[in-house]
Design a protein around this ligand. Sequence first.
Ligand SMILES: [Ca+2]
Length: 378
Amino acid sequence: MKKLLSVFFAITLLLGMVFSPTMGFASNDGKNEYLVQFDGKIEKGLLKAFGVKDQEILHTFDLLPVVTLKLTEKQANALVNNPKIKYVEENAQVQALVQTIPWGINKVQSQEVFNLGYSGNGMKVAILDTGIDRYHEDLFTNVKGGFSVFTDSANRDPYYDGSGHGTHVAGTVAAVDNDLGVLGVARHADLYAVKVLNNSGSGSYEGIAKGIEWSIQNGMDIINMSLGGSSSSAILEQWCNLAYNEGVLVVAAAGNSGRRNGRGDTVGYPAKYASVIAVAATDQSDNRGSFSSTGPAVELSAPGVGILSTTPNNNYASYNGTSMASPHVAGVAALIWEAKPNLTNVQLRQLLQQTAKNLGDSNQYGYGLVQPLAAIQQ
Ligand SMILES: [Ca+2]
């Protein structure tokens, strides 16, 4: 029987942010603002001949023969064809390019660690998920490779993410530091799209095993699995153990089956295996997300409520889930490992535990919130 897994998210799509393209200044008299450059000196008489009134000459520049004019499209087209006019350009609106830093990035001390000189350089992080949109404006410089376990035409491309889940997870690990979009925890880490879930967010234990095998064979440092199922598999556990014994740090979402009262053992697989770090989700006040799975296997906590990150086609959205928490830990691990390259994966894991901020009930929070600053300074 093929056991089906599903992604640990899908609770709420809080908001979609689309950065709109630039627009000209439109006005209600059918005229728009244009920048007009003369070939030679400014000739206001020429403008008058084209029907431009004095009050429609909005500005005259000093250093170049350029004027700002209010023109109809017809006037603009006519001016373009005059030999005394060099350029006619619409005065396009320039938008301030702004990069939003999602709250979770500061919560896990990414900027403080960056200021010490660490940003995940040289660390290879495999995102075992629905694929990564490698053409995303805020990811493409960091996506360095990929592999799909599927052979059908809809799912065989690891860089096609029909779900958006994998692209979101990837952005939390390593969205690029530029003037747009968001910022990842480890802004210079290398991302690898290992597509083990199809465009509907489903996959099999066999597929995950293939993804883990690829990750080992291709020298991945960290595996992030923001996925899981409720049934155990001895074979999947062996694959996780194999990766761990080969020196890979294996991080997974604890699951979104938590009860509101925080009781019970609801951690899914593979997070529940001893070789895998199970990550719980917290909010901005360091409280457990009410959905976050609980139990003795929970090892670390990270932001997972209202997490803004990348989604396909240059979009951004805010999701909830332990799927969003796990990549915060994967990113933090990349930062620490870059700073302390001689640590084994077992030592790195111990350091993550020892330096986490205690948040209370270990069944809900494990050792607590990951805090790389103390780990790096230790
Ligand atoms: Ca960015």
